[in-house]
Design a protein around this ligand. Structure first.
Ligand code: ZN
Length: 185
């Protein structure tokens, strides 16, 4: 899968520390080591995504010789979950005016409502994929290692609850592609 970005322009990426955004970061950088991509992590106290984002960046930088900067934590812990995302996006685009497009790896739910198309500066290249397709791409790109580095649960910051939306979809995706989830984060 090819992600269309231009060298010399500044891009942002929401890096949650999960499978989809990690794959998206890889696809943005692949074959374009000088691409300018600044990761941002919306992190709140319960999921604590910030713990997982930088180790993924470090992994890519060390494996491929890239120089992706460390993530910038965004989000106000006091806001309810449903306002956290929108307020974080506004904050990023207002403060980082050099960002021409902000990428988001979110994908379609296997059983949810149809996805909402992206707003102008927000790009969601996986919007019409379900998580099993994301996993297939991860295996096809030889990125099996990131499975152990990623964290998907939104209830626990370490380990997994096994029943939140993200845990359920992750486990569904692995069984759909017929693979064992070696991750424990
Ligand atoms: Zn969970």
């Amino acid at each position: 899968m090819y992600i269309n970005i231009s060298l010399g322009k500044q891009y942002g990426l929401l890096l949650s520390g999960g499978l989809s955004s990690s794959l998206l970061l890889y696809l943005m950088m692949k074959d374009r080591p000088t691409a300018r991509v600044q990761p941002f992590t919306i992190s709140n106290a319960s999921e604590n995504s910030i713990l997982y984002a930088n180790p993924i960046i470090d992994y890519f930088n060390s494996k491929f010789g890239w120089t992706i900067p460390h993530t910038i934590k965004v989000g106000n812990d006091l806001l309810p979950e449903d306002q956290l995302y929108d307020s974080s996006l506004l904050f990023i685009l207002k403060k980082h005016t050099d960002i021409v497009e902000l990428f988001n790896g979110s994908n379609n739910s296997p059983d949810g409502p149809p996805p909402i198309p992206s707003r102008r500066k927000i790009k969601k290249p996986f919007l019409f994929f379900t998580k099993d397709k994301v996993l297939e791409l991860i295996y096809n790109e030889g990125l099996d290692d990131i499975i152990d580095l990623t964290h998907s649960c939104t209830i626990q910051s370490v380990g997994r609850c096994g029943h939140c939306r993200n845990c359920t979809v992750r486990s569904w995706a692995f069984s759909t592609v017929g693979k064992f989830d070696t991750g424990t984060n």
